[in-house]
Ligand binder design. Structure first.
Ligand code: DER
Length: 223
């Protein structure tokens, strides 16, 4: 079993009968959704919400019951991946282009279980370019304000060299900082820029981090 899959299967063990479950996005969350599909096929009764059209379609294929957000009081547990996780369980997310819906769902979740392979565990955030979701209107002005924060902002492109458009109709900008010294301060600075919708710093949100290893073992990352 792949390291990502090991972490995913371990995380899904936390799901209990009757829970409302948030389905993450990305290649690691893919394994979690597959495992949830396997358990629901065996009779596990849960309801789910998805963090992207991609994960919603996968859930439908697997017969995982989805509910509209209008029916959601609280999400019991969300299982999602990350691009980087540091020793305080702060995250960089957004590599899969779904950060806005992921953050909305994560913020409404009692538990946020992050599943990664060991390559994602870092001492300091920032080697992975920070994804920032921005509106398309006057994006050149927003890019200049992002650059003024000390990064090299690059609009994410599709394979056909067109700007990638998120499920919400926005651009994703990958901001190359190299290292992020003060994530809390950067969070505030990003939210102060008109045109920025949200970003991939998920601070003080994770309630558990599970690291999967190629030898088939998994362990919780100590904080
Ligand atoms: O886009 C996202 O936030 C994904 O969860 C990303 O952070 C992890 O993607 P991966 O599981 O494909 O590495």
């Amino acid at each position: 079993m792949q390291a990502k899959q090991v972490a995913a299967v371990r995380a899904v063990q936390s799901i209990q009968e009757g829970m409302v479950v948030g389905l993450g996005t990305g290649s690691t969350a893919y394994y979690a959704i597959q495992e949830i599909g396997r358990r629901t096929a065996e009779g596990l009764q849960i309801k789910a919400v998805a963090t992207s059209v991609q994960s919603e379609n996968l859930a439908k294929e697997l017969g995982i019951p989805l509910i509209p957000f209008a029916e959601v009081e609280v999400i019991d547990v969300t299982i999602d991946g990350a691009d980087e996780v540091d020793g305080s369980w702060n995250l960089i997310k957004g590599g899969g282009g779904a950060l806005l819906r992921e953050k909305i769902v994560a913020a409404a979740s009692k538990q946020l279980i992050i599943i990664v392979d060991e390559s994602k565990a870092v001492g300091q955030l920032g080697k992975f370019p920070l994804p920032v979701e921005i509106v398309t209107f006057a994006s050149e002005l927003t890019l200049r304000k992002l650059e003024a924060l000390g990064c090299k902002p690059v609009i994410r492109l599709t394979a056909s060299n067109e700007p990638f458009i998120t499920d919400n109709g926005n651009y994703t900008v990958d901001c190359h900082f190299d290292r992020i010294e003060d994530a809390d301060q950067l969070n505030l600075a990003l939210h102060a820029i008109p045109g920025v919708v949200d970003h991939g710093l998920f601070l003080h949100m994770a309630t558990q981090v599970i690291v999967g290893y190629a030898d088939g073992s998994a362990r919780e990352l100590e904080r």
